[in-house]
Design a protein around this ligand. Structure first.
Ligand code: ADE
Length: 261
């Protein structure tokens, strides 16, 4: 997969040399190219921003450097990348979107700073490539750079061969189909006792059925405690009697009610 990243802070992307993504780059699974937006400015101060029309606080990124950057990175008449613009006013980034983006051959990330990029840039780019404005969540970052690091990691780990253990992906909270959008429960490793705290007995039992049941109980409890709104996404037809009891005990009798009775 090819990834182009355009930013006024190319040095922000040093972490992409490290760990799983760094290895994927070295082995050729990922071809990451980071570009400095200021190389498409032509004035002495390498200006990329200006005051907003209509007034208001802050500065807006000028369209001209962006236009030239996109023309050069994705020239007309050639292959077409999917462009991703991180912004708090975008559509929410989800595991499903990560999976969709992991299936693309070429992604182009455009990192805004300040109050954002002149809106004509996305409007014009949309005439020649698919463009998605994407938000990581309901908070405001100082720029798109960190959001791109997050998205590249979420997407990169889904590429074939990037994770050692293919099952780790299928097991994720939010993986399509996996655990039906339940949060993952607690995990443990050796030693069996640490600072007076024992690993739950059941995990040492070797009883795989009982372990799977325990993990599901913990996932249901954690989801009820941390993300109760996710319980509404559970398919009631897939909740067994035991699930319903766990949810009722966790304070969600509406999900816990036994539909059969
Ligand atoms: N840029 C600034 N805030 C952001 C957010 N919440 N998500 C994505 N990009 C952003």
């Amino acid at each position: 997969m090819r990834l182009d990243i355009i930013s006024i802070f190319p040095e922000y992307f040093a972490p992409l040399d490290v760990s799983l993504i760094g290895k994927a780059r070295r082995t050729g699974t990922l071809d990451v190219r980071v570009h400095d937006l200021r190389s498409w400015t032509h004035d002495r101060h390498r200006t990329v921003d200006d005051t907003p029309y209509g007034g208001g606080p802050g500065m807006v990124m000028k369209p001209e450097p962006w236009g030239e950057a996109l023309d050069e990175v994705a020239p007309a008449g050639g292959a077409v990348p999917r462009m991703i613009v991180p912004t708090p006013s975008g559509r929410p980034f989800t595991q499903a979107m990560a999976a969709e983006l992991a299936a693309e051959d070429w992604l182009l990330f455009a990192c805004g700073r300040y109050e954002g990029i002149d809106s004509r840039v996305v409007a014009e780019a949309s005439t020649r490539m698919p463009v998605s404005e994407v938000s990581l969540g309901d908070f405001v970052l100082a720029g798109g750079e960190v959001a791109v690091l997050v998205m590249v990691e979420a997407i990169g780990r889904l590429l074939p061969g990037v994770l050692g253990n293919a099952e780790s992906v299928a097991d994720d909270s939010f993986a399509p189909g996996a655990m039906e959008s339940l949060l993952e429960g607690p995990v443990y490793t050796k030693p069996p006792e640490w600072r007076g705290r024992a690993v739950p007995e059941i995990l040492l039992s070797g009883n795989h059925g009982a372990i799977a049941r325990w993990r599901r109980d913990e996932a249901l409890r954690r989801t009820a405690a941390h993300r109760p709104e996710l319980l509404g996404r559970l398919d009631p037809g897939k909740l067994d009697k035991h699930d319903r009891k766990v949810l009722a005990d966790a304070g969600f009798p509406e999900h816990g009610e036994d539909m059969a009775n």
